[in-house]
Design a protein around this ligand. Structure first.
Ligand code: G16
Ligand code: MG
Length: 217
C-alpha cells in the first residue's frame, strides 16, 4: 500500500521560527514597534507578506507600498544570513528516522511549505534528495489555510488527497490539510493544534508502528 506523506518545513523538520523571530524583531525595532515572542507564534505558517501586514497592524503603522517592499527584502536578507549557517544538526529529533522508515517502505514524500526559502534550507540541512516533490511559497498563489500547497504536493507525487498525510506545526497548516481532505498530524501542543486528526509533541513520539498503521489504513 502507498500513502503520500507531506511535510511542512518550519517547525516540523527544522526550527527556523527563531530566525524568523530575530529578523522580524530587528525590522520591528526599526519601526519603533515592540514585537514579542507570542506575536511571533502567530506568524507560524503565515506568508511573508501577511506576516509584515500583521506586524504593522499590531504596531498601528501604515507605510507606503515602496517601503513595504523594501522592508520585506531587508527582512529576507537578514533571515538568509541566519539560515546560511544552518547544517544537519538543526534537523529536529527523529525526523531522519521517520523519513528513513517511509523511504524504506517506498512511500512517496513531499514538502509543503509556505516559505520561499524552503529549497535553500533543505539543501543546508542536507535533506533535499529525500523528497520526491518540493512545493513551497514560490509555487502557490494562495497561502495556508488555503489547501493549495498540499493539493499541488499530492498531485506531484501522484496521490489522491484522501490518501495523503500531512505533518504540520501551525494552526493555518492543519486547517489547510483538513480542508484538502487529508489526514492531519499536528506537531506541537494539543491546546494549539486541537483540530488535527492526531497531535504529537515531536517526532520522538511517532513510532514506526504508528507510521505503518497509517499506511495500512
Ligand atoms: C514558514 C514559516 C512562516 C514564514 C513563512 C514564509 O512556513 O512558518 O513563519 O513567514 O514560511 O517564509 P519565507 O519568508 O522564508 O518565505 P512553513 O509553511 O514552512 O511552516
Ligand atoms: Mg510550519
Amino acid at each position: 500500500k502507498k500513502k503520500g506523506f507531506i511535510f511542512d518545513l518550519d517547525g516540523v523538520i527544522v526550527d527556523t521560527a527563531k530566525y524568523h523571530f530575530l529578523a522580524w524583531q530587528q525590522l520591528a525595532k526599526g519601526l519603533d514597534i515592540n514585537f514579542t515572542e507570542e506575536e511571533n507564534e502567530q506568524l507560524k505558517g503565515v506568508s511573508r507578506v501577511r506576516s509584515l501586514e500583521k506586524i504593522l497592524a499590531w504596531g498601528n503603522k501604515t507605510i507606503s507600498q515602496e517601503m513595504f517592499e523594501s522592508l520585506m527584502a531587508k527582512k529576507n536578507e537578514e533571515y538568509l544570513s541566519y539560515i546560511a549557517d544552518m547544517d544537519s544538526e538543526e534537523i529536529l529529533p527523529d525526523v531522519p528516522r521517520v523519513l528513513k522508515t517511509l523511504i524504506d517502505g517506498n512511500q512517496p514524500i513531499a514538502l509543503g511549505s509556505a516559505s520561499k526559502n524552503a529549497r535553500t534550507i533543505l539543501e543546508r540541512v542536507n535533506l533535499k534528495s529525500q523528497f520526491d516533490a518540493i512545493v513551497d511559497g514560490n509555487d502557490v498563489s494562495k497561502a495556508k489555510p488555503d489547501p493549495e500547497v498540499f493539493l499541488i504536493a499530492a498531485q506531484q507525487i501522484n496521490m489522491k488527497p484522501e490518501d495523503c498525510i500531512v505533518f504540520e506545526d501551525s494552526v493555518a497548516g492543519v486547517e489547510a490539510a483538513n480542508t484538502a481532505n487529508m489526514i492531519s498530524i499536528g506537531i506541537g501542543s494539543k491546546d494549539v493544534l486541537g483540530h488535527a486528526n492526531y497531535v504529537f509533541n515531536d517526532f520522538t513520539e511517532i513510532s514506526d508502528d504508528f507510521i505503518k498503521s497509517l499506511i495500512e489504513k
